[in-house]
Design a protein around this ligand. Structure first.
Ligand code: SF4
Ligand code: SF4
Length: 442
């Protein structure tokens, strides 16, 4: 490869979604460490969303809500022009902010609803109620609320579902799906929060790519709140300043993992260092077709084992320790070598650096059709036709709607699962499976 001119290091995270149980330990430990104080009650630097679901803040993925907004210019997201007067008006009014309802205002659960609520025939569909300032009020949901809104057939009191269950109805329930999506700030390579800050308070650290807010420079414009498509900057209404996930930089500097990684019950958060070509980022963020953005971002990452890359990194000021860390990085292996990790909403064009291993979940019904382990046909034939979670749904999340990279990642995961099951059970290895996961030389 041509020698890159400017090599930079970036801390990154990969989360394996098959392992998340939605326990919120990560959110609670993060909150206790970083936002356990006045003005940040509604703030979750780390949150865990139920999918399908509305997310936090509610409907943050509905980018039409924040329109009027931002446009891409030379690979960077900038406010739409529309004249100085309009720009100034926007600066002062900044209408594209989520409301506190969207963030789930903190509430105390009204336990009386457990004992006094009338018997019902259905799963809850009305908004939950709670006691706020002593008044019983409807609230807009909260963590795990979307768990209760899963699919299934409609039924009425006169036609109880238990009496109705036949094969067709059962199939509808069996096809319902749900999984958890933990989220932190993406510490993007092309952060729109930095691009839109009028005070120069938002910045991306040169040494490790962590995106931070300089509290002394922040003037509380909140353009970063509306400008972040992931809605991961928050306004502290006590201090009048913006705040966000810091990737636990004091811990990273001391060689420790982030709080959410260390306390994660599912052990699903991998941390590591990536080297990237800083001169390619703008071009990659500007590729015309959204479906090319995943590959475009991949093309920014560099192989730290390549002596040319290592030399260019040293000349660019990347410390030797960080180059070594990049070589050992599990994040790089999952993203670049095995290609099982994918970016969240690459179509936002900010080049996010928290990637996800998509949930394979149980592969349904292949066992009965083929007589094989349900995952093996998928692994060997490179296509999965019996997924519980629809491929199209995962593609909307991770590859701007292109199903091919998601399917390829799931097939690799299926192959690894089948191969390791054979190894652990002491069964005869299947050479094709071993080859599919690159373990045929063992
Ligand atoms: Fe900025 Fe949002 Fe990207 Fe975080 S996720 S770096 S707040 S644009
Ligand atoms: Fe998921 Fe881990 Fe957070 Fe629990 S602690 S919700 S398993 S990411």
């Amino acid at each position: 490869m041509a020698r890159p001119r400017r090599v930079m290091a970036q801390v990154a995270m990969v989360m394996n979604l098959d392992k998340c149980i939605g326990c919120h330990t990560c959110s609670v430990t993060c909150k206790q460490t970083w936002t356990n104080r006045s003005g940040t009650e509604y703030v979750w630097f780390n949150n865990v969303e139920t999918r399908p679901g509305q997310g936090y803040p509610r409907r943050y993925e509905d980018q039409d809500r924040w329109k009027g907004g931002w446009k891409l210019s030379h690979g960077r997201l900038v406010p739409r022009s529309g004249g100085r007067a309009r720009r100034l008006a926007r600066l002062f009014s900044n209408p594209e902010l989520p409301s506190v309802d969207d963030y789930y205002e903190p509430w105390t659960y009204d336990y009386a609803t457990l004992t006094e609520a009338p018997l019902g025939d259905d799963v809850p569909t009305a908004p939950p109620r709670s006691l706020i300032d002593g008044r019983r009020m409807a609230v807009t949901g909260g963590p795990n609320w979307d768990d209760d809104l899963g699919g299934g057939p409609e039924h009425t009191a006169a036609d109880p579902v238990l009496e109705k269950i036949g094969d067709e109805v059962r199939l509808e329930y069996e096809q319902a799906f749900m999984f958890y999506l933990p989220r932190i700030c993406e510490h993007c390579l092309n952060p729109s929060c930095v691009a839109v800050c009028p005070s120069g308070a938002m910045y991306k650290r040169i040494e490790d790519g962590i995106v931070l807010v300089d509290q002394d420079r922040c003037r509380g414009w909140r353009m970063c709140v509306s400008g972040c498509p992931y809605k991961k900057v928050y306004f502290n209404h006590r201090t009048g300043k913006a705040e966000k996930c810091t990737f636990c930089y004091p811990r990273i500097e001391a060689g420790q993992p982030t709080v959410c990684s260390e306390t994660c019950v599912g052990r699903l958060r991998y941390l590591g260092v990536m080297l990237y070509d800083a001169d390619r980022v703008g071009e990659a963020a500007s590729v015309e077709d959204e479906k090319d953005l995943y590959e475009a971002q991949l093309s920014c990452f560099l192989d730290p084992h390549d002596p040319e890359v290592a030399r260019a990194a040293e000349e660019s000021g990347v410390p030797h320790d960080w180059i070594t860390a990049a070589r050992r990085s599990p994040v790089r292996a999952l993203i670049c070598d095995h290609r099982v990790a994918l970016p969240l909403h690459p179509e936002y064009r900010t080049m996010p650096m928290v990637w996800y291993v998509p949930p394979l979940s149980p592969v349904v019904d292949a066992l009965t059709r083929s007589g094989h382990d349900g995952e093996e046909p998928a692994a060997l034939f490179g296509a999965i036709d019996s997924l519980r979670i629809p491929l199209s749904y995962l593609a909307e999340l991770f590859t701007a709607g292109d199903p091919a990279p998601v399917e390829a990642a799931l097939c690799r995961l299926a192959a690894m699962r089948s191969h390791m099951r054979r190894v652990n059970l002491g069964e005869e290895r299947d050479p094709a499976l071993a080859r599919a996961v690159g373990m045929d030389q063992e």
